[in-house]
Design a protein around this ligand. Structure first.
Ligand code: 7RM
Length: 635
């Protein structure tokens, strides 16, 4: 019996129960029947959340690109694997077939080998959403190199920090990128970042915007001429199940970004299986996820999950507002998109515009709508449901994280009845738990608490690159024997989950996770700034926007506050990127601190959200008097 495609609710419950009762039997069957292996595993699962250590399919050997490409060639060689839609609608879309993907990945893999990249080496990829991006991930995977994609909207400093943290030997980039009307000098950002990265030997440069750029002798090489002469055959490296496939950085509430390490076999099995079921993918469907491959959503649900299923996956280079706010819907109509997966922040931005931008397009090809990245508010849900889905395409509100590798709590379309703002039920094999402040699990219905997962799943991150201790402290120390997600959630009367947001200091702005610490670090670099704290406050479009509380140094107090505000945002743009700019900056003489010296962000958050009647107990503060002052001057 195959449980690969779940078609109705009773079947979901039955398969779910089996997957929890006998996880190893369940996952073994999925792995055996739907993937190709060079050697079978010796053991399906071994785990210890105390160490923590998790291994899936240990002893197995495979190559993920054989599963994503080679095995489809016999029956689907001429099917479109990647459908590339350029920034400029007048430029023709590109259909890259599985046959052509095979050749292009192999050529790229051979170029990597020619530049001394071997199994286990780290390669940093800093590219816009062009086909070379997906191909470069797969080329790394073909030879067992570990890719580390850095979102091409990040600054030079953010890039160099990530390159150095995982000792990347190579950077793959492009001359520049298009974003709506603008073009961006990517290579210039790379050059600046690499001033601090002595370990990088080679920079491969794809040509996209034909700009004049500097090529550093001996280090920088144009990609295309190398590809042209490379062989179209490249034997896949045989990889152990638990060998790392990639590193992807995510911001934490403190300090350096965390390089989450994902392994090969478990990640492949879980992303493929979730893709099939969460999007109800069928042959001939044209699936589009609007995320950037620089985020986990793009890794799992633009590249690996869809390709492992032999799907057609769309890559869109542009932005939802160019040439106008109808662009998404124009693309849906043009390519007859069947599954559309985007973020609430995009939906809110488009819902602000005239309805005509969406209503004039034929969206009747759509069968499933997805949402990811943050809680989708009721208003946005209804707009999406009514104007995009015309009430006939189920919305899958998918909750998951960079760390989880794949979708964890989600409806299955045409299977799970949906309710706005509810991510609904755990996916097959996922065992959530809600925890109280005392560290006890909250049993029963209509309860809320901190969301943990109490049993391993195949695609969970295995460690933080170079810092296993931090992995243990961040995810496995808050609650005994459980993975702590950092999110709060409630469970309703029928067992549906609703995610209520982060319980730590990560703020989600337009779907991007921003840690407070790196932004505060950047602000504090301003010569007139003594100290700062940032919090999120609700924003119509971005979900959350950033509010900064800044203490000036005495010497800075005579400065024009508006100039200082501009300079602060300038510094943030340089260090992190424009996404982290503050919407509001309030100058203050002090910040509310606990006795151990920690900033009480809870209070600042309430003031920023205009919720001053519910400040809670402020008497335990070191400096309660400062709260009055902050309220009086709030923006
Ligand atoms: C996939 C992704 C993870 C954090 C997570 C949540 C929030 C994501 C939802 C959501 C409510 C959702 N990875 N989050 N999806 N909150 N409903 N459907 O976003 O690592 O970048 O972010 O995003 O707080 O912990 S991520």
């Amino acid at each position: 019996m195959s449980n690969y495609h779940i078609k109705h609710l009773e079947e979901y419950y039955k398969v779910y129960r089996n997957s929890v009762r006998e996880p190893e039997v369940f996952w073994e069957e999925i792995a055996e029947e739907h993937f190709s292996w060079r050697k079978r595993w010796d053991k399906v699962l071994s785990w210890d959340f105390k160490k923590p250590e998790v291994k899936w399919f240990e002893g197995a050997k495979l190559n993920i690109t054989e599963n994503c490409i080679d095995r489809h060639l016999r029956t689907k060689g001429n099917k479109t694997a990647i459908l590339f839609e350029p920034n400029n609608p007048d430029e023709e879309a590109q259909h890259i077939t599985y046959n052509s993907l095979y050749e292009r990945v192999n050529q790229f893999a051979n170029v990597l080998k020619d530049h001394a990249i071997k199994k286990g080496d780290r390669v940093c990829i800093y590219l816009p959403m062009i086909p070379e991006l997906a191909i470069s991930l797969l080329a790394c995977a073909r030879i067992g190199a570990i890719h580390s994609v850095v979102f091409a909207g990040f600054s030079a400093t953010a890039l160099s920090t990530r390159i150095n943290d995982s000792d990347c030997k190579m950077v793959i980039t492009s001359d520049g990128s298009y974003r709506g009307k603008k073009s961006i000098d990517l290579k210039g950002i790379v050059d600046e970042g690499l001033e601090d990265c002595p370990g990088v030997e080679t920079v491969l440069v794809a040509k996209r915007i034909n700009s004049e750029i500097d090529m550093k002798e001996g280090r920088d090489k144009w990609l295309q001429p190398l590809l042209n002469t490379a062989s179209k055959e490249c034997e896949p490296e045989i990889i152990d199940a638990e060998d790392p496939l990639f590193i992807l950085y995510t911001s934490g509430s403190t300090g350096q970004p965390k390089g989450m390490v994902h392994s090969t076999a478990g990640y492949m099995v879980y992303t493929a299986y979730t893709f099939k079921n969460v999007f109800n993918y069928r042959t001939n469907d044209v699936y589009w996820c609007t995320a950037d491959i620089g985020w986990i959503t793009g890794h799992s649900y633009i590249v690996y999950g869809p390709l492992a299923n032999g799907a057609t996956t769309v890559m869109f280079e542009g932005v939802p507002s160019y040439p106008d706010f109808g662009r998404f819907w124009e693309i849906v109509a043009k390519h007859k998109i069947t599954q559309f997966y985007t973020a609430p922040t995009a939906i809110r931005a488009l819902a602000k515009e005239k309805l005509d931008f969406v209503s004039k397009y034929d969206l009747s090809s759509l069968k499933v709508l997805g949402s990811v990245g943050e809680p989708i508010n009721e208003e946005a849900w209804h707009w999406y449901n009514d104007n995009v889905g015309h009430g006939k395409s189920p919305i899958v509100d998918t909750w998951w994280q960079t760390e989880t590798g794949g979708i964890m709590i989600t409806p299955l379309p045409y299977v799970t009845p949906t309710i706005p703002t509810y991510a609904t039920l755990p996916f097959i094999g996922i065992q959530p738990a809600l925890m109280d402040e005392n560290g006890d699990e909250i049993i029963g219905k209509q309860v809320d608490g901190r969301l943990c997962i109490k049993f391993p799943w195949p695609s969970m991150a295995r460690t933080i690159w170079g810092n296993h201790q931090r992995y243990k402290e961040t995810y496995f120390s808050a609650y005994e024997n459980k993975y702590f997600t950092g999110d709060g959630a409630l469970r309703d009367a029928v067992g549906y989950y609703r995610i209520t947001g982060r319980v730590d200091d990560v703020i989600i702005v337009s779907g991007h996770n921003l840690g407070t610490a790196p932004i505060e670090d950047a602000i504090n670099e301003h010569p007139a700034v003594a100290e700062s704290a940032i919090v999120g406050f609700p924003h119509d479009i971005k979900g959350n926007a950033l509010y900064g509380y800044v203490i000036m140094k005495e010497a800075g107090e005579s400065r024009d506050p508006d100039n200082v505000r501009k300079e602060i945002n300038q510094i943030i743009t340089e260090h992190i990127g424009p996404i982290a700019k503050l919407d509001k900056i309030q100058f203050t003489s002090g910040l509310p601190k606990t006795r151990s010296g920690k900033i009480m962000r809870r209070i600042l958050r309430k003031i920023a959200s205009n919720d001053i009647l519910n400040l809670g107990d402020t008497s335990t503060l070191l400096n309660p008097e400062v709260v009055e002052e902050i309220i009086d001057n709030s923006l």
